[in-house]
Design a protein around this ligand. Sequence first.
Ligand code: FEO
Ligand code: CA
Ligand code: CA
Length: 633
Amino acid sequence: MSLLEDNQSTDLEQMVGLSRRGFISAGALCGAALFMGGNLLSRSVLAASVSAGNSKLLGFASIPAATADSISLPPGYKSSVLISWGQPLHKNGPAFDPSGHGSAEQQEVQFGDNNDGMSLFAFPGDDNRALMAINNEYTNYRYLFPHAGMPQSAEEVHKALASEGVSVIEVRRKNGHWQFVQDSRYNRRIHGNSPITLSGPAAGHDLLKTSADPQGTTVLGTFQNCANGQTPWGTYLTCEENFTDCFGSSNTEQKFDAAQKRYGAVATSKEINWHQHDPRFDLAKNPNELNRHGWVVEIDPFDPQSTPVKRTALGRFKHENAALTQTRDGHAVVYMGDDERGEFIYKFVSRDKIDHKNPKANRDLLDHGTLYVAQFDAGDGNADHPKGKGVWVELTHGKNGIDAGSGFADQAEVLINVRLAASVVKATRMDRPEWIVVSPKDGQVYCTLTNNAKRGDDGQPVGGPNPREKNVYGQILRWRTDRDDHGSNTFAWDLFVVAGNPQVHAGTPKGGSSNITPQNMFNSPDGLAFDKAGRLWIQTDGDASNAGDFAGMGNNQMLCADPVTGEIRRFMVGPIGCEVTGISFSPDQKTLFIGIQHPGEFGGSTFPEHLPNGKPRSSVMAITREDGGIVGA
Ligand code: FEO
Ligand code: CA
Ligand code: CA
């Protein structure tokens, strides 16, 4: 979801003309540092992690920024639409209705809106057949309804819920092109009205009971599904993010307790008025419904009849994605970010080991384990490339001051209100953690910190991995666990890149770190993925005004980095008003699937069909090389 307010709320600063890096490339600067010493020494020290622009890993030419209503790619690359919002999942299903008059029932059998995180599940032994599970994060009323405004009835709330959640689709490769298989028995929608089971330590807790579900074990729906995870046992994880925006109160004087406030409860919903038409979202009538969202949900894409499961052991917050890896001795590890200004980064370690021989044996693996939160030190304060140490602090009832005295009756309450528990142990308040990924090459973990215009205010100190006051550009953090074991609770961190605009601001911090140049600059890194070769793909969800602090950056885009040299090249630019989010690869790495979310968020786009007066449609795109080679190589 676009959260432009962070950037928009920042005063545009005066143009200061070309900085040094307006005419000296990062590579040239590293060379210059050899001769100049002094305050450029830090840049020469960083030379090992900043490329001279000749990465062997990156085999494509960096492309310029763009503001067109189309997809820009390097020479030798092409893209096509795999599937778009509203496409019927089954034969004879209702076609996309651009008028907006289509019903909720129609949405429930069409590909959902605003696709976000996604994973590809190959069929064993068949390189040309796969399932894809794709999140549908939210909907844009401008295009969902004929009146282009907020829902005006219970039926319209139902339709909005039907457009969100997850789409599972089958894809097949024919003549070198991956295509959506319209009538596959696996095609399925899981949406905001679908029954979902609650499991793990918080299931059945009083705080999760409602009049519609007195047992506290079955929730209606998953919605605001942002990014994702893929388990080694063949299931999909969909992560509920901006759920708090969906609630409001018919009692405009309603007072909220500390936990409700921390999770964003307000009487007047910011941009969604569901509570006015559906009592489920009315905090005056159903206060516990808020506690039943904000979880990671596990789905078996290969069993269309299966009921998805909300895994409460992973904690409740505004989940971005869920990055799976394992400890040296075989326990599952899930890294997760809470995308809110000043919130935290978490790690879950399963109690039991992954059974790689029998996938079904891992069915409830994510129900038992230990949750931790990250604490980062202040680091060495290096302006260009800060680094330091960190620790994982356990969030278990009865440990580290988390107990009845600090407001938690049991572990279920710790998990339901885990933001409060993490504050008890003084976790580090981050610049909006978005995606987290683990390198297939060296096990280092990378996390986008997208932006935080409030850094420096509101008790959020400037320093450590959050080094920039009123941070409108974002940065990418990485850490290496001690002994290269994700089971270790100590690690070393550094900033892989600090985004910025060297054409508008001279030097760090606002000009960005030395691997940012006028040729590759971007803002608000968000989606992240490693391919098999270890290229790091970076997607943006930022300010696409192309003006002020963001002049010259163009539309939202995707870049690709060499994690060893630090070089970053721009690979793709998306259409007007879009966010680029969601990424997966075909098993042979020759097709790259990416998501174009909310093209024309504020109008001005007809992507991808470009029909006269046509509506823009969020879409999954397949990107390939004209010579059939590996993407990025
Ligand atoms: Fe859905 Fe934090 O992005
Ligand atoms: Ca995101
Ligand atoms: Ca974002």
